[in-house]
Structures are given as structure tokens and as C-alpha cells.
Design a protein around this ligand. Sequence first.
Ligand SMILES: C[C@H](c1ccccc1)n1cc(-c2ncnc(N)c2C#N)cn1
Length: 286
Amino acid sequence: MVLEIPGATHLHSGKVRDLYEYGDHLLMVASDRISAYDFSLEPGIPDKGEILTRMSLWWFEQLADIVPNHVISTDVPEQVAGRALIVERLDMFPVECVVRGYLTGSGLADYAASGHVCGVPLPRGLVDGSRLPEPIFTPATKAEIGDHDQNITFDHVVDTIGAEDAAALRDLSIQVYRRAEEIARERGILLADTKFEFGRRPDGTIVLADEVLTPDSSRFWPADAWEPGRSQPSFDKQFVRDWLTSPESGWDRDIESAPPRLPDAIVEKTRERYLEAYERLTGRSW
Ligand SMILES: C[C@H](c1ccccc1)n1cc(-c2ncnc(N)c2C#N)cn1
């Protein structure tokens, strides 16, 4: 559902976010929508958009000494107060800058098939959830709506945007991941992997854009439940996943039908997990 916002013209809609033209800038709006198993679920999680917007803002502040960001203002239209940002319009690089500190998901699948992820060789014997010896840059191309991003090699990034910018995005992405992973780990949250988007200013400066280091752009795992060799519980989405895959939901994931509406109890427990992640990471009370 695209909101009519005075002064804003709708540009893009993602599963859980919407982007609008807003004068010379852009308005990035986070919804309360939650997605799992590639479906947008109902109902939304109350305050999720605001919690993740505040989390992203906090991360931009923590990272400002190593990378400039696109945030201009939080003085947004009343309708989206607290869950939108006015951001600088950038020339976006067409690369999803994914950094992995742990092996799971499509990275694990590529590793199982080839011993590599995005052309990066990894040691033998790694399992689901293994911590990697060093964080790796595993870029992807933005998929069409509804499709999964496609993992690509660093050389493919060089061919797309040139060697200098490719190296700059790789180095920046890994530097930002390392800083964030350490901050999160100190607070009991494992940042298994994350996806950054960068853009360029007219003067050539590379700027960190999009949302950053939220449970929507990253895998957040509770550190005290980490056990390589099996799927790790998601910090924020595990209640939803467990209910959807339980007999109680009556949902059959295999027939690719839309999942049923989430029960109030699951919605509330999930809201509490987003609040817990925000308060633990930022040290700020909601
Ligand atoms: C993928 C992402 C998106 C966000 C929200 C909803 C749907 C898509 N997106 C971000 C831009 C973008 N373009 C120019 N300047 C910027 N500062 C940004 C940002 N952030 C274009 N697309």
C-alpha cells in the first residue's frame, strides 16, 4: 500500500520499505511490514519501522568516523514520523555489498557446491553457522522484484564499476562490518552477515546509503544460542518462523501459498525482540 505523502512522489517499493522523491532529496520510509520465507506477512509488527529507523540512525552515528552517510534530516512528514529519513540523492552503485562473518544461507550453499563463495576460497570442513577466519566480501546483483539477489565475483564488480571503486566498496564494506560486528558481539548479538548499499556524490565521495545493520538488512543471531552445525535461531524472526512452520499455522510452505495471518501473541513477542535488539545495541531505552 503506497502512502500518499504531501510533497513526496513514490519511486520504489521494497518488501518492507518505500522510497519517495522529496524535493531535491529522497524520503526513505520503513514500514511495519515483516517478511519471512519471501512473503510479506500480515499483520505488520507495531513500531517495527520506527525501531529499525532509529537503529539505522544510531549505526550511522557510530560509523561516521569511518564513512560518510546519506542522512540529511529526520524532520519528516507527520504521517511517517519516526520511521522515515530524508536522505541525499546519490548515484547508487549497482552492487549489493554483502559482507559475511559467518557461513549460512546462499553463502553456505555456494560453499557446499564449490568450496568457494563469490570466488573466494574457504577452508574445508565449514558447516552452517561456522564463523569464518576473516569476514569476506560477497557481492550480489540486485534482483528483480520477488527474485533472490545473485551472488557475483569481485571481478564481476570490477567489470561493472571499475577496479578503483570495486576495491573501495570492498574495503569500506569489510571495515564497516568489522566495526559493527565487534559492537554487536559485545552486546550479545552476532552479526552473521549484512548488506550495504553505497552511492556517490557529484564530487566523487563514496557514501553509505540505504538502511544499515538492521535485522532486515542483516542476520542477527543471539550469541548465547550460537551452535555451528545447524540453522541458527534468528534474533528477531524466530517466533514467526517457528509458528509458520508449526502445525498450528496450518501453512504448507511447499505449496507456495501465502502464509496465514500471524496471531497477536507472535506479533507481540516479535515486537519485543525488535525492541530488545534496539535497546541492547544502542543502550537507549525505547
Ligand atoms: C534499494 C533502495 C530502496 C530503498 C527503499 C525502498 C526501495 C528501494 N534504494 C535506495 C536508493 C537511493 N537512490 C539514490 N540515493 C539514495 N540515497 C538512495 C538510498 N538509500 C534507490 N533504491
